[in-house]
Write a protein that binds this ligand. Structure first.
Ligand SMILES: Nc1ncnc2c1ncn2[C@@H]1O[C@H](COP(=O)(O)OP(=O)(O)OP(=O)(O)O)[C@@H](O)[C@H]1O
Ligand SMILES: [Mg+2]
Length: 259
């Protein structure tokens, strides 16, 4: 049975979009059928990363008008190697659309949650999709809370930043804990991750602070910065250590090893 994964964080810039795109691509590379959605309506970015210049139907339209989700999905399977499938639903980057989405009221958001929950039927049950990945906005944006409510697993990206650690701890207790969501931490942009002692220190520290399973530790890679948001590592650099880490994370999730 398919799973919904929401990639979320307390602070901005912790690597949610990087992880969403590359985890979705890695699942597809492993032969899975994957749908990736941009739920960061405040700063849409998947259209740019996946170099999709235009689409008639945005994910916004699905949430606004209760459209058929199949009208929104763009097939980008050619961007990943292997026999898997990668379909994406894009957030509309037009200024007008961003303003429109930020002005939605509670009632609209409740309906939007219904539409998100419906994806489980429309995609997992009807189309045998293996994974749905939501890239979200940081913090307590309504759209992110909806994504968390709809998810089976929340992958929380965090850095070593003091303010981030504090906020993430609070969210773990008061948000994911409240909804009783299965959660996995991804510690990102880690420096000096090259000795066994340092690795052990980080694992212990994360266990002590967050008390939830660790999905992975990702070093700060200059190659990621150098790519300026252009690389789908699973495709473009399959032998890169980041690709290896992503494969490990994908297998951990697929094997239900996050308990
Ligand atoms: N492990 C890493 N090594 C080097 N650079 C990284 C790493 N992870 C993320 N980055 C860079 O950090 C920046 C922010 O990453 P990204 O856009 O994925 O974060 P985000 O959480 O989606 O941000 P936002 O909250 O604004 O949506 C990007 O320039 C990305 O390339
Ligand atoms: Mg992002």
């Amino acid at each position: 049975m398919g799973k919904i994964i929401a990639v979320h964080s307390y602070k901005g810039g912790t690597g949610k979009t990087l992880l969403s795109v590359n985890l979705a691509a890695t699942f597809a590379k492993l032969g899975k059928k994957v749908c990736l959605f941009d739920l960061d309506f405040r700063a849409p970015s998947l259209f740019a990363i996946l170099k999709i210049n235009s689409t008639e139907n945005w994910f916004n339209d699905y949430l606004n008008n209760s459209w058929d989700i199949n009208k929104v999905l763009v097939d980008v399977s050619d961007k990943v190697p292997g026999k898997g499938k990668l379909l994406v639903g894009l957030a509309n980057p037009a200024t007008e659309a961003i303003r429109d989405m930020s002005a939605k009221d509670r009632k609209w958001e409740m309906r939007a949650l219904g539409r998100l929950l419906h994806l489980r039927n429309a995609l997992i049950a009807d189309k045998q999709i293996d994974y749905i990945v939501f890239d979200t906005s940081p913090g307590l944006q309504y759209s992110s809370i909806n994504a968390i409510v709809a998810a089976d697993l929340v992958a929380v990206t965090t850095t070593g930043d003091r303010s981030d650690v504090d906020g993430t701890s609070r969210m773990l207790k008061e948000l994911y804990g409240l909804f009783e969501k299965k959660t996995g931490i991804v510690l990102n942009k880690v420096l000096d991750f090259n000795t066994e002692d340092r690795r052990k220190e980080l694992y212990d520290r994360i266990n002590n602070i967050y008390k939830v399973p660790l999905l992975g530790i990702v070093p700060c890679f200059c190659d990621i910065l150098r790519a300026q948001g252009n690389l789908i590592f699973a495709q473009d650099k399959p032998d890169h250590p980041f690709s290896t880490l992503l494969t490990e994370m994908a297998k951990k999730i697929d094997g239900n090893e996050l308990n």
